[in-house]
Design a protein around this ligand. Structure first.
Ligand code: HEC
Length: 197
């Protein structure tokens, strides 16, 4: 009577471990789902705190209006080859007040500037970056660049100008752009020789 006992034991083992050894070797739909960082409905999950980070999609609280969230548009397009090629309305740009302290976010501004700007404008803004000469990247230490308003600097980052590309897609948060503005101001303050002119 040992055979039936063995099969009973076998059935018991299978019922405990499951007989899905074959399916375990197939990719799970969960693996595909995990590739998507965010689903809209996730903000309703109790585990998600939508105000923890700026990049979490969130809906407006009913009955409220955003006071700092979205910003207006003052872009005018950036047609290549048409001079002067402004990517934005200069008067509107000059009317924008820097909402941050000029001494704020300098470490972040340093990192972002070295990542996004230094290649064309030089590590310290003197137009000595690897492709500055080839592309016509200008010194940010000239009297002209010093004379730009904070709003103008912010706008040139957001919309680009001439062959300088726009960075609104690469730097989606206004705080990131203001961090760079503040950093450029710090470079100008620390380099009093006026750059290359
Ligand atoms: C691909 C190269 C390139 C990159 C990267 C780049 N720029 Fe420029 N930038 C230019 C060029 C070229 C001009 C001149 C545009 C023109 O002729 O209107 C310019 C012009 C400017 C000016 C105006 C200077 C003047 O004297 O008129 C400022 C300010 C500026 N860039 C800031 C930045 C900042 C801040 C970043 C980083 C977010 C950045 N740029 C990234 C190429 C670049």
């Amino acid at each position: 009577m040992t055979w039936p006992r063995a099969s009973v034991l076998g059935l018991l083992v299978m019922s405990v471990t499951g007989c899905n050894f074959y399916y375990n070797t197939l990719p799970s739909p969960d693996d595909a789902v995990k590739l998507v960082p965010w689903f809209d409905h996730m903000v309703t999950s109790p585990a998600v705190h939508p105000y923890q980070r700026w990049d979490i999609p969130r809906t407006t609280v009913p009955g409220t209006v955003p006071v700092t969230g979205s910003e207006g548009e003052w872009g005018t397009g950036n047609p290549l080859g048409v001079a002067p090629t402004y990517g934005f309305d200069v008067a509107a740009a000059d009317g924008i007040i820097n909402p941050t302290d000029l001494r704020a976010m300098l470490a972040q501004g340093d990192t972002l500037y070295q990542t996004f700007c230094a290649v064309c404008h030089g590590a310290a803004g003197a137009a000595d970056g690897p492709v500055s000469a080839k592309i016509g990247g200008r010194s940010l230490l000239t009297p002209i660049a010093r004379g730009f308003s904070d709003g103008y600097l912010y706008s040139i980052i957001k919309y680009g100008r001439g062959i300088m590309p726009q960075y609104r897609d690469k730097l989606p948060s206004p705080a990131q752009r203001w961090a760079i503005v503040n950093y450029v101001r710090a470079l100008q303050a620390n380099n009093s020789n006026g750059g290359n002119d």
